[in-house]
Design a binder for this molecule. Structure first.
Ligand SMILES: Nc1ncnc2c1ncn2[C@@H]1O[C@H](COP(=O)(O)OP(=O)(O)OP(=O)(O)O)[C@@H](O)[C@H]1O
Length: 820
């Protein structure tokens, strides 16, 4: 390497303070990276690696920084932005540079870097005894939530369900880093334990919320420690406390249904690689904040009947009045993402266009409030929805109709808002006339009709007089240049005018900036009220979306039973019905006397669709949505559990069967009598004997020790024997008709047991060669005659089973169950 330049020394000092970050170092119109950072960045961004004085270097133009920043942050890097903090033109020697911001995946607020429909959560994790304390914040919306998880499984479920962009893990929990990294693609960072000290935690929480005491937040010490650690981290990243964060909301488990990771995945609540998700079907929101609210509701359906009905009442009101719904949607097209705009306001990343969007949104607020004023279902929302006349007035007076995208380009502050700005603009606008006026008056006073005012870069403005007339020039003229045929002069008046013009542009820019900041700081006084309005609007948007979907797909309003029974007629699967032309509806009826269904049927007969449908309908109903059915009475479930499909976690060394059994063990230990359990093919991942035995024992345990509504789809027809032993276990089958040409699937779920699996028929449908099919049939004939399993189960279904049952009665204790 050649001798180190002063600039390189400056860079290395910065880099030394931000070792864990990629440092983007502002150099003129570029952000440059050097040394190892440059190699990495050139690789990640596919940009050319060059060198400067032998030092590897890679850079990106400053005006397109956001796109590159997104790629780097998405790839899991922390990026420190090092700006030039003085004007290079005025700098004596090396330009001053400082890191003004550190960007991490969980702390971004710029709209163009964030997905509209999703929250951008950063999670901090600590521990209190056996429990994990989780603090979740979305810096882009200001939301702060505190929750807890009783064990590692619940913690992982929470992480999968909330899909954070960044996880901060207390150093002493570092052994869990691998487990957590296994369930999320987000950045997982260890935070030293001292960040979690109680005394500094209390100070950070006070500082962030500008409060003298934290008593009224009703947090325990451990929660304060984790909250404080997160706030400390955010301050380090942002270089100042974030004033827009809302007070922490404590997520009580009893308020909402907890959906574990596998349920969210199994039921296709959100888009995976596969086609169609429930969210996509329910999402007819018009704003980003509405989308995020809907997503949150889908992830945590309510368990409080009153709160569910409050949402359903609004959905119902809009569902029944098409005109009202249409008009409301019309207004909502003018509502912008105020939640994120206000967050940008308090993090100094607000743009003039944001203020334009805020103004448009505030303009329609009174109309929205008026529109919903005649509907009692909206009473609570309307009461919470404030109007902002003075803020609106300020925005109308201060910001032009269509401001430029960033401050500094001019065209932001409206005429009439500031006298000094107006006169500067007048000066620019009228400069041509002013020049002509000077010219005319000089012609007159000198009596030189051919005198002209001209401009060039060297002398600026000057007066040009033909040589023949130079004798008439007054003393106040100062000669600047002599040409062949003419003389050029300046006058004090012309010089003063020139100074004004040349500095007017600069002044306009800095004045606009100052006025813009002044408007922003006035709006900051209304920050919390604006954030509250954003929450109400996001709820209305989510509710109108549910109404529109209910109308569009002919859903019905669910009612809730008091005795815990479920009776649904003509229910449909909300996602599958969108993709098959003639969906066959099915009835479901469960109560305390019949609460466990074993569903058998050939492959492709519709078993999985049916059992998922029951779970989906409950989730939809409890989030406050209408559901695809003709009529529905449902219990309020405390949780919905699903154990479906084959999944392995090869990365963490877990086989398909191990994962299946771990999920089953979780259900057995966590389900209560108020839960809904959906099981698909439990026991399939091992040998048939082991599989049936496990499936049998699991079913008995759920039926006897838990007693919750359960639907179990299986190919083990042997399990249907359970119905002869337990009165509440019933057999259901998806009907088929056998014809000469093959089987026809009716997809109708009726009482009864499937005759056979018809697996070979389905193999035929799939195009397996005829020779393989006929050989399979021969083998099946032999095996089914000799099946020791069949014999065993046949023996079991007689006296033995009754005996086993008798001997087991009373012994079954849920706390003793442990599959591992
Ligand atoms: N009620 C229904 N009405 C119309 N079509 C349906 C219905 N239920 C299922 N189907 C169609 O049948 C296909 C197979 O359904 P599903 O996966 O539920 O069968 P299955 O019995 O669980 O099969 P397997 O045992 O092989 O897992 C679905 O993809 C869908 O196209």
């Amino acid at each position: 390497m050649a001798e180190m330049t002063p600039m390189m020394k400056q860079y290395l000092e910065v880099k030394n303070n931000y070792k864990d970050c990629l440092v983007l170092f502002r150099l003129g119109d570029f952000y440059e990276t050097f040394l190892d950072d440059a190699k990495l960045v050139s690789n990640e961004l596919q940009i050319v690696l060059t060198s400067r004085n032998g030092v590897p270097m890679a850079g990106v133009p400053y005006h397109s920084i956001n796109g590159y920043l997104k790629k780097l942050v998405d790839a899991g890097h922390k990026v420190a932005i090092c700006e030039q903090t003085e004007d290079p033109a005025l700098a004596k020697g090396l330009v001053k540079r400082e890191v003004t911001r550190v960007v991490t995946p969980g702390t971004i607020v710029e709209d163009e870097l964030l997905p509209e429909a999703e929250n951008n959560y950063i999670i901090a994790i600590g521990k209190s005894g056996e429990f994990f304390i989780i603090v979740l914040a979305d810096v882009s919306t200001g939301e702060v939530i505190i929750s807890e998880a009783e064990d590692l499984i619940s913690l992982k479920d929470f992480i999968v369900a909330s899909q954070p962009s960044q996880v901060l893990l207390r150093e002493s929990l570092k052994d869990l880093k691998k487990e957590i990294a296994g369930v999320t693609s987000s950045m997982v960072e260890l935070i030293e334990d001292w960040h979690f000290a109680l005394s500094s935690g209390i100070n950070y929480v006070k500082e962030f919320y500008s409060i003298a005491s934290i008593d009224h937040l009703e947090l325990d010490d451990k929660q304060v420690e984790v909250l404080g650690a997160l706030f400390k981290y955010l301050e380090t990243i942002n270089f100042s406390p974030l004033k827009h964060l809302s007070l922490p909301r404590i997520l009580k488990k009893t308020d909402s249904m907890q959906l574990d990771a596998s349920t969210v995945e199994n039921l296709n609540l959100f888009r995976l690689e596969r086609k169609g998700s429930l969210f996509e079907i329910l999402d007819e929101t018009t704003t980003g904040m509405g989308k995020r609210r809907l997503r949150q509701w889908l992830l945590s359906p309510l368990t409080d009947r009153h709160k569910i009905d409050e949402r359903l009442d609004v959905v119902h009101a809009l569902y029944s009045d098409r005109h009202l719904l249409d008009e409301l949607r019309e207004y909502f097209h003018s509502v912008y993402d105020i939640e994120r705009i206000t967050s940008r306001l308090s993090t100094d990343r607000i743009t003039p266009r944001d203020l334009q969007s805020l103004r448009t949104s505030l303009t329609v607020l009174p109309y929205i409030k008026e529109l919903i004023s005649n509907e009692t279902a909206f009473d609570r929302l309307r009461e919470r929805l404030e109007l902002f006349p003075s803020e609106l007035e300020l925005l109308r007076r201060s910001i032009v109709d269509e401001p430029s995208s960033s401050i500094g380009d001019g065209n932001v502050i409206r005429k009439g808002f500031d006298a000094q700005l107006d006169s500067l603009r007048d000066l620019l606008d009228n400069s041509v006339e002013k020049i002509r006026a000077i010219e005319t008056s000089e012609k007159k006073s000198t009596g030189i009709p051919s005198l002209k005012v001209k401009f060039n870069k060297v002398f600026g403005y000057f007066l040009e007089v033909p040589k023949s007339q130079s004798g008439k020039v007054p003393e106040s003229y100062t000669r600047k240049q002599t040409l062949v045929n003419s003389e050029r002069y300046i006058t004090p008046e012309l010089k003063e005018f020139e100074d004004k013009i040349l500095s007017a542009n600069e002044k306009i820019q800095s004045l606009e900036k100052a006025l813009f900041l002044c408007v922003c700081s006035q709006l900051m006084n209304s920050l919390q009220r604006l954030k509250d309005a954003a929450i109400v609007l996001s709820e209305i948007d989510a509710l109108q979306s549910l109404s529109l979907v209910a109308r569009k797909y002919n859903y019905c309003r669910p009612r809730f039973s008091v005795d815990g029974s479920a009776r649904i007629s003509n229910s449909r699967h909300p996602i599958v019905e969108r993709f098959v032309p003639d969906f066959t509806p099915n009835d479901i009826s469960m109560d305390s006397s019949e609460n466990f269904f074993i569903v058998t049927g050939p492959n492709m007969s519709g078993k999985s669709t049916f059992i998922r449908q029951v779970a989906l309908l409950s989730i939809m109903a409890q989030m406050g949505s209408f559901i695809p059915a003709k009529d529905a009475m449902l219990p309020i479930y405390d949780r919905v559990f699903t154990r479906i499909g084959a999944r392995d976690e090869l990365a963490s060394g877990k086989s398909t069967f191990l994962v299946e059994m771990m999920e089953t063990a979780t259900i057995l230990s966590k389900a209560t009598e108020d839960s809904l359990v959906i099981l698909d093919e439990v026991g399939r991942g091992t040998s048939t004997f082991d599989g049936i035995s496990i499936a049998w024992a699991v079913s008995e345990f759920i039926y006897e020790a838990i007693g919750c509504h359960t639907i179990f789809a299986t190919h083990f027809t042997e399990l249907t024997e359970l119905s002869s032993m337990y009165p509440g276990i019933k057999n259901k089958t998806a009907r088929i008709v056998e014809t000469e040409k093959g089987i026809i699937f009716l997809h109708k779920v009726i009482n009864g047991v499937a005759n056979s699996s018809h697996g070979i028929e389905v193999a035929k449908l799939a195009g397996v060669p005829e020779t393989v099919l006929s050989r399979a049939k021969e083998i099946l004939r032999v095996i089914s005659k000799q099946s020791a399993l069949d014999k065993a189960v046949r023996v079991l279904t007689a006296e033995d089973l009754r005996e086993i049952r008798q001997s087991k009665k009373g012994k079954m204790n849920r706390n003793q169950i442990s599959l591992f």
